[in-house]
Design a protein around this ligand. Sequence first.
Ligand SMILES: Cc1ncc(COP(=O)(O)O)c(C=O)c1O
Length: 376
Amino acid sequence: MTEFDRRIDRRGTYSAKWDKYQGRDVLPFWLADMDFVAPQFLLDALAARVGHGILGYTRTPEPLVSAFCEWLQRNYGWQVAEEWLVWIPGVVPGLNLAAMAAAEPGGAVLIPTPIYHPFLSAPGNAGQRLIKAPMQRDGRRWVMDWDLMEAAADRSTRLLMIANPQNPTGRVFAAAELEALANFAERRDLLICADEIHCSILLERQARHIPIASLHPSVAERSISLYASTKAYNVPGLSCAVAVIPNADLRRRFRQASRDLTPFIGPLAYAASTAAFNDQSGWLERLLDYLRGNHRLVRDAAGKRMTPVEGTYLAWLDVRDLGLQDPAAHFEAHGVGLSDGADFAGPGFLRFNFGCPQALLKEGLARLAAGVAAAL
Ligand SMILES: Cc1ncc(COP(=O)(O)O)c(C=O)c1O
């Protein structure tokens, strides 16, 4: 029994993940938060901040800025200047602000798909056209389809948006793949927005996260890189994120887009993020080991319907062979709540969040198997 085996009833907390199926016998494996308590040191930091008693509008704490810069340096060997950082209340706002900062009249945004669904709305929200470039399955991995990427990008394309680690395919792009993306962006003179929120959640032992902007100063100059500690430390309800934007003009446009639009980041979100970026307690390594065990269970159950998850706690299941009209509804009817791939521009797929205690996961996998058997 580990700390991650504790089953905690989240009903009554207005959990978005659990309340979707309120009153129904459906176990939720959809929305990307985990059913684990956050580490004690982080809860202590929150309690200390609450203990002060006044939770007013708060400016970015200097200890957070230095903790984040040291975290980037310690983990990825990337040295960034404090003035490159723009703190924002969430990575999703960051995706939208990046699209707004890059926007030009008649401009377009290129996005390899499938992808976390807010990416798909960001270009339209910024008055830009969305160009989807479906990735392809190459044996056991999802990879860029370079012929498609080359053909899809046109003269109006201003911005390339990626997630790395990739939600929903679980890919952690290797150095060569990131270099190819960076070369492509340089050749086409595209800005890059890289959402790296899952970078601490690496399950495959050989996988190494490389911030695309750290490849070369010329790549950094055209990049907006988005980070948050909220996923790995399971406090995504405490929205706090940061955009690293080395180019001063691009940074100015990003800041301009956010003015009077995004709210202050809350003092509790700042307290949690500061504690998380300073963490070297070993909690994260224990979490990753537990998630690796969960990943094995999902892989054993899903077989060839899934590709290995290199990073994230999200499995991307290919259920096209089942010929279901509405795969998500079919599995809900069998008691498992999954994200519908169609929302990620991947119809015929389902996304399975395995960030939960193993006992719960096993119940979910048994229901998944029953759903598959019923469809065959
Ligand atoms: C790739 C990716 N980006 C962003 C987010 C959400 O970030 P935030 O809650 O900071 O807006 C998620 C949540 O699942 C995600 O998977």
